[in-house]
Design a protein around this ligand. Structure first.
Ligand code: H2U
Ligand code: ZN
Length: 341
């Protein structure tokens, strides 16, 4: 019998169709590699040099208003342009390119420079959720926008340019790779079983319990069975819903609570501000229905065993497949036991 807590094995991610190698025996290996610096500086409520603080200057000639809650603006350095003209290149069936249109925005969660999701009140987080939902709805209405990616890079280790609490929204005219993989695997699952992949998955996780980190009436946070990052979390609505804009008020409050709880557990894990990339996968806005798509958020944190040791996705992982040492079950138990307060 294969013992998932001891034996080397691989696990399948049914959302992406990819495998991850799990080597549980390897968790005690010594570390002589890079040690990250963590900033323990207290962040002030206002930074005169921050381009996201109220009233401050941004790139170019823009200046932020004196906003009191949330603030959304068009990214001054957008990766996607709404004005791009259509066109494509095709050579020998191998060199293929096509023009891409889109919109990039930045959302400030709070006027206070030193806030984080882990410190904000659930009321304040709820306001951010309303902005996300509104942005998704507004962008979905644009005929040339077919998917909306909301994501937060937290911490310098993840490339965040600024500690001011904010996220980005990139809205594309095509469906990007990760969402496309999930859509195609969810559709296959529906064809095969007649059910929603993530509804069925969550049912198993709630029965087994060992990978559940926390839950409330409407959301569950699990370290997925196929997690690649040591403390990766998949946040799922407990009933089928396709996007943030479709969440009723009570659900949005529950989402605010669990986002805060996940962020607080993360910060407590290594007693430091926990870096991560997090983001929502929502139903594409291409008019294709996609009623079977199940809204969710991924949290991908790069830390391994402490605030200063990060996991590098290099070597075998770049050339072959991702690999992890600590099992998802152990990671979930640690995040569960750490508590929130
Ligand atoms: P990140 O911290 O995740 O990099 O997000 C910050 C974004 O803010 C980044 O995409 C934009 C950058 O282009 N930005 C502006 O739009 N205006 C500025 O004045 C500076 C940064
Ligand atoms: Zn600021």
């Amino acid at each position: 019998m294969l013992d998932l807590s001891k034996d080397v094995h691989r696990r399948f991610n049914p959302l992406t169709g990819e495998w991850v190698l799990v080597s549980p025996h390897r968790t005690e290996r010594p570390w002589q590699g890079q040690i990250e610096k963590i900033s323990q500086e207290t962040v002030p409520d206002y930074d005169p040099d921050c381009y996201l603080c109220p009233g401050n200057a941004r790139a170019g000639s823009e200046r932020n208003p004196d906003y009191a809650e949330t603030f959304v603006f068009d990214n001054d350095y957008p990766a996607l342009l709404s004005t791009n003209v259509p066109g494509c290149v095709e050579k020998g069936g191998l060199l293929t390119a096509s023009a891409e249109r889109g919109i990039c925005r930045v959302v400030c969660f709070s006027p206070r420079h030193g806030e984080t999701l882990s410190k904000m009140s659930t009321n304040d987080i709820r306001r951010v959720i309303d902005v996300w939902a509104q942005q998704y709805g507004e962008l979905a209405e644009l005929p040339f926008i077919n998917s909306v990616q909301i994501f937060e890079n937290r911490g310098a280790m993840m490339g965040a340019s600024n500690p001011h609490p904010h996220c980005q929204i990139w809205a594309n005219s095509t469906v990007p790779n990760e969402l496309r993989k999930e859509l195609s695997h969810s559709a296959d699952h529906l064809d095969r079983t007649g059910g929603c992949l993530l509804c069925s998955y969550l049912e198993i996780e709630e029965q087994e319990g060992e990978r559940v980190v926390c839950q409330n009436g409407h959301f569950s946070a699990v370290v997925p069975f196929w997690a690649v990052w040591p403390f990766e979390i998949l946040l799922l609505p407990r009933h089928h819903v396709t996007d943030l804009n479709a969440l009723k008020s009570e659900w949005r409050n529950a989402l605010a609570e669990i986002l805060r709880e996940v962020a607080r557990r993360y910060d407590r894990l290594f007693d430091a501000p926990f870096p991560y990339t997090m983001g929502f996968h929502q139903r594409p806005t291409d008019g294709g229905g996609h009623d079977s798509f199940h809204l969710h958020a991924h949290f991908y944190p790069p830390l391994l065993r402490s605030a200063t040791v990060r996991k590098f996705m290099v070597g075998f992982e770049m050339l072959a497949m991702p690999q992890r040492d600590i099992t998802p079950e152990t990671a979930a138990a640690r995040l569960r036991e750490i508590g929130e307060e």
